[in-house]
Write a protein that binds this ligand. Structure first.
Ligand SMILES: N[C@@H](CCC(=O)N[C@@H](CS)C(=O)NCC(=O)O)C(=O)O
Length: 277
């Protein structure tokens, strides 16, 4: 049983070591130190890490390359969020919100910063004309689910994952609240995928790329190792869709980008994946 907490009249920031990311969290934004990020030879520069949010951008770029879209060639650089790289001046200039993934498109003048994984997916889909249905109804179906993911995943990651995995002390109230929501969201997906091959219907799209790393990962246990706790085997349609997407070569490569162990810290060309996939 946790001790009851009465909030003070004014909240004060205290440095604590009570969760995995406690040392980097502060209640302020902006650059904390001067930083010069590396820049490679390709027009697109990705600054990221292979978390579920980071995987989305790399998967999209690898899927585009798989289609033969050479303009999607990119350099990917690892941003170590545990060490606070996201608070350096160059990273903050691309994403003032200090979160991976962040993309810099140097093929346009001036270079265009793109941040928020959903915005990156949509930007690349529109720039190259792939992975978003061309017709208005299909595009709307795709964006419905893309925006669903942006709103829903913080409950899964910042809510369920934070309290079930990262919080040093386990709070029954918080775990109950966010487990209920995580299961409800998995059921939303399961019911939709019972009648649809992919999130937007018959066509694989950026909506699948946004949802798969989070919900596919939670359903298999790869994310948060909570498959038994959530009884994830019950979400049979989610698991069918997860498996189908996991077989895609672009997905297999994309999920390895900016991965410290067992993947690529940096990615500069297709040759970098030799021996990995
Ligand atoms: N809504 C954002 C979320 C991005 C996000 O939360 N990124 C995490 C890693 S998965 C991060 O960079 N955390 C660093 C921090 O909070 O300081 C997106 O979809 O791009």
């Amino acid at each position: 049983m946790n001790t009851a907490y009465t909030p003070p009249r004014i909240w004060q920031h205290e440095e604590k070591d009570d969760n995995k990311y406690a040392s980097i969290n502060r209640p302020t934004a902006g650059a904390r130190f001067e930083q010069e990020l590396p820049v490679g030879q390709h027009p697109l520069q990705l600054y990221s890490l292979a978390t579920p949010n980071g995987q989305k951008a790399a998967i999209m770029l690898e899927e585009l390359l798989e289609l033969g879209v050479t303009g999607a060639e990119y350099d990917a650089w690892l941003i170590d969020i545990g060490k606070g790289d996201q608070f350096g001046s160059d990273f903050v200039a691309i994403n003032p919100n200090s979160k991976i993934p962040a993309l810099l498109d140097r093929s346009v003048n001036p270079a265009l910063p793109v941040f928020e994984s959903g915005s990156i997916l949509l930007y690349l889909a529109e720039k190259f004309g792939h992975f978003i249905p061309a017709d208005h109804a299909g595009r709307t179906r795709c964006l419905n689910w893309l925006f669903w993911q942006m709103g829903a995943a913080p409950y899964l990651g910042g809510g369920f994952g934070h309290f079930y995995v990262y919080a040093g002390e386990k709070y029954e109230y918080a775990i109950n609240r966010f487990t209920m929501e995580a299961k409800r969201q998995l059921d939303v997906l399961d019911k939709h995928l019972a009648d649809n091959r992919y999130m937007a219907g018959d066509e694989y799209s950026i909506a699948d790329m946004a949802i798969w790393p989070w919900y596919g990962g939670v359903a298999t246990g790869a994310v948060y190792d909570a498959a038994e706790f959530l009884q994830a085997h019950e979400y049979t349609h989610v698991l069918r869709w997860q498996e189908q997407i996991a077989k895609r070569p672009g997905v297999q490569r994309g999920r390895l980008v900016n991965r410290g162990e067992g993947g690529l810290r940096e990615r500069h060309s297709a040759a970098d994946f030799a021996g990995l996939v």
